[in-house]
Design a protein around this ligand. Structure first.
Ligand SMILES: Cc1cc2nc3c(=O)[nH]c(=O)nc-3n(C[C@H](O)[C@H](O)[C@H](O)COP(=O)(O)OP(=O)(O)OC[C@H]3O[C@@H](n4cnc5c(N)ncnc54)[C@H](O)[C@@H]3O)c2cc1C
Length: 460
């Protein structure tokens, strides 16, 4: 049997596409969803159980369906969790909402068939004609007319200096903090050093406190910038003042000017949001690269803000000295018995400083090397089925999310969704953007499936 669509992935992108395809494909179609994560649809973001792991987008903008903005808020109310539209709900509840939304569509008998297959896809090749063939780690082979890569992006690895640590100390280095098992090994007074100061760091600090940790936590990142908080009431976004040239420095100057003239900075950042994909696409590769080098960290802390309750909790820990944030460059890591010492050069100085801790936790965020996390993507690249983004932002796709090969040509029937497509869309990591991409892509695929129906009938 040949599936009309095989979706590879088990996070929000995969569930969003499955839901949209169930609404656009005819009942005769068949879909396979291949994911290696038992919590299908939740991914790293929404499988947490901890109540202070909040969404960083208000509930009113987290509906699965852009045309039904109250869908998530209504679900929360139906489930006895009344919230206001501007509240920041728990991520765990969002995971349950996704599950229920999919289940409701699956109960409809007049729909496409869906097989959920728990496995890892390890290789994809194209047979003569246009059929695509997947090999799974279970030994199974799947055939498909269309495939969608919804793999997310991996986490960044540890700084190279960690390789110098003796084995005994390396056990105290947590490379992937999302495997939450490490928390139960931490003693209440252990000292922790977290590398990276973004959203993952905030999550881990709060998880540590929830697990009874009371010791000191040092945070080290190149710039020492920590995400800002949302306000409890959202300010109306300011219409952006765009400079005539597509120059990023000019844009940032214009934004600062708006703020100087009295516009609230959050409203200025939010006002730019509807334009960010188009702005990104208007930049040259050199301009994008400059932005990634100089503006990315600054942009991130203003754009990807945390819920007010979370900001207040984290702020209190900084205030009472439990958490200290340092800006600097790691020079080396050494073992001190069971502990680790991190030598670093504080930003803007020539001196050396060091931090000593019982645990070092890698929270350096998403992988920027492109596809190092995925043997499947590497095999597809080696087989000439895809090309990596030149700036390390996932893989090359066109405006319709269709994957481009090394010669820039469209790969028939191969698509991608989510952060893997950041090279083309930039602003494509959060729900409001991915759900729109999934909706658009489901229409493109439904069109392809409809075109193939007469051909299949002729062959039969
Ligand atoms: C902690 C956290 C909090 C967030 N909070 C918010 C928020 O509040 N609001 C918001 O809008 N966005 C938020 N985001 C952004 C979030 O990334 C997206 O909303 C979304 O979860 C991304 O989903 P994804 O499916 O693209 O990737 P992922 O969630 O990474 O899922 C990819 C899945 O594919 C599977 N997979 C990979 N390779 C294979 C393979 N070869 N075969 C089979 N399966 C494979 C992986 O196991 C994984 O389960 C948050 C992100 C994180 C990490």
């Amino acid at each position: 049997m040949t599936y009309d669509v095989v979706i590879v992935g088990a996070g929000f992108s995969a569930i969003a596409l499955t839901i949209n395809l169930l609404r656009t494909l005819p009942p005769s179609a068949c879909i396979a969803v291949v994911g290696d994560d038992p919590g299908f649809g939740r991914g790293t973001a929404y499988r947490t159980e901890f109540h202070l792991h909040r969404l960083n987008v208000p509930a009113a903008r987290m509906s699965m369906f852009p045309d039904k903005p109250n869908d998530f808020v209504d679900w929360l109310r139906r489930n006895g969790k009344p919230v206001f539209a501007e509240d920041f709900a728990c991520r765990a509840d969002y995971g349950l909402y996704l599950r229920d939304t999919l289940a409701a569509l699956l109960r409809n008998r007049q729909r496409a068939d869906v097989d959920f297959i728990k496995a890892k896809a390890i290789c994809c090749t194209r047979r003569e004609g246009s059929e695509l063939v997947f090999n799974l780690d279970s030994g199974t082979m799947l055939r498909a007319s269309n495939v969608v890569l919804a793999l997310g992006v991996g986490s960044a690895g540890l700084p190279a200096a960690a390789a110098e640590l003796p084995l005994r100390s390396r056990e105290r280095v947590i490379e992937n903090p999302w495997r939450l098992g490490w928390l139960s090994r931490v003693r209440p007074d252990d000292e922790i050093c977290i590398l990276g100061s973004g959203l993952t760091m905030i999550d881990q600090v709060l998880s540590l406190r929830e697990h009874g940790h009371r010791g000191r936590i040092s945070v080290l990142s190149r710039r020492g910038l920590v995400p800002h908080g949302h306000l409890a009431r959202r300010e109306t976004p300011e219409p952006p003042v765009l400079p005539n040239s597509g120059d990023i420095s000019g844009l940032l100057r214009a934004m600062r000017q708006q703020v100087k003239q009295g516009a609230p900075w959050r409203a200025v950042v939010d006002g730019l949001r509807p334009q960010t994909q188009a702005l990104w696409q208007s930049l040259t590769r050199e301009q994008r690269s400059r932005f990634l080098r100089h503006g990315f960290a600054w942009w991130n802390i203003h754009r990807h803000r945390i819920a007010p309750e979370v900001a207040a909790r984290f702020g209190a820990l900084v205030e009472d000295g439990t958490v200290s944030v340092h800006a600097g460059y790691i020079k080396g890591m050494t073992g001190e018995g069971d502990r680790c010492r991190i030598d670093y050069r504080p930003r803007g100085t020539d001196v050396s400083a060091s931090l000593s801790a019982d645990w070092v936790v890698n929270c350096t965020g998403m992988e920027r090397a492109g596809i190092a996390h995925s043997p499947l993507l590497q095999a597809m690249r080696d087989g000439g089925m895809l090309a990596t983004d030149p700036l390390g932002l996932g893989i090359c796709v066109d405006q319709r999310s269709q994957v481009l090969g090394p010669d820039g040509g469209r790969q028939a029937g191969v698509y991608a969704v989510g952060a893997l497509t950041a090279g083309q869309f930039w602003e494509i990591t959060a729900v409001p953007d991915i759900r729109a991409q999934a909706q658009d892509l489901s229409v493109v695929i439904a069109d392809e499936v409809a075109k193939a129906l007469p051909r299949a009938a002729q062959r039969a």
